[in-house]
Design a protein around this ligand. Structure first.
Ligand SMILES: Nc1ncnc2c1ncn2[C@@H]1O[C@H](COP(=O)(O)OP(=O)(O)OP(=O)(O)O)[C@@H](O)[C@H]1O
Ligand SMILES: [Mg+2]
Length: 223
């Protein structure tokens, strides 16, 4: 499957800056939907938990938005998996949808409803060195965040212990009905199962919404 030549997914935009401007003035625009106003209100908060490059991310695949809307409407939380080649907007989309979800989902909690971590950073923190309390703290943070973005689950150098660490986090989150957004360059689904094994793949993919993100590498767009 060559996703680099496939068209990008349909994108929807959910964070017009003018809503933010209304929030800065301290009032919703007349006739503006309350949920849109609420969304703008938490931009301040949730933006602090994603890397600066993605703090203004506001475009997401339509299918990802539908996933978030389902959870807001009361569906059991599940995973959202954005798969595709480098530079196609998976991390951007994941941050946009996570901010949208943390803003609208009534099960969110302040002050840190959203945790963004690269998958390899999380592994490093959960690895067998440093203090026990630090390792447990990293696991707890990832396991308990109301919305977790696990960014860039990579195909390379994933040991059995790494796979087990990811599975531990996902297992705990699935049992607690907490949504996780995963981005990965490993696709399609069959490759993901082959790379990570049945045990982890089942926790990644079971009941999840999968979005194939195609298109050219956006990082080269300005060069
Ligand atoms: N909808 C968008 N609007 C504006 N910029 C975007 C959009 N999507 C992505 N970008 C920009 O394009 C670049 C690549 O996007 P992103 O980092 O999300 O790709 P990726 O699919 O996560 O890549 P990788 O698999 O290599 O991690 C980034 O600089 C990002 O800010
Ligand atoms: Mg990325």
């Amino acid at each position: 499957m060559d996703l680099t030549t496939a068209p990008p997914p349909e994108l929807v935009r959910v964070a017009p800056e003018d809503l933010y401007a209304d929030y800065a003035r301290g009032r919703p625009r007349e006739g503006e939907k309350a949920d849109a106003y609420q969304w703008a209100k938490v931009l301040d908060v949730s933006s602090n938990w994603v890397p600066p490059r993605y703090r203004k991310a506001h475009e997401m695949p339509a299918k990802a938005r539908a996933w978030a809307d389902g959870i807001v409407a009361g569906a059991d939380a599940s995973n959202l998996v954005l798969m595709g080649p480098p530079g196609t907007g998976k991390t951007h989309g994941s941050c946009a949808v996570a901010r949208y979800l943390t803003a609208l989902w009534e099960d969110r909690h302040a002050p840190s409803p959203l945790l963004f971590t690269s998958a390899s950073d999380l592994l490093a923190r959960m690895k067998d060195y440093g203090k026990d309390a630090d390792r447990q703290g990293a696991y707890d943070k990832a396991a308990k965040a109301k919305v977790l973005i696990l960014d860039d689950l990579a195909r390379s150098k994933t040991t059995d212990m790494d796979v087990e660490s990811y599975a531990r986090v996902l297992d705990r989150r699935l049992n607690a009905l907490l949504p996780t957004i995963i981005t990965t360059n490993v696709f399609p689904k069959e490759n993901l199962i082959e790379t990570f094994g049945d045990h982890l793949a089942s926790r990644l993919l079971g009941g999840s919404t999968l979005v194939l993100v195609g298109g050219p590498d956006r990082r080269y767009a300005t060069t």
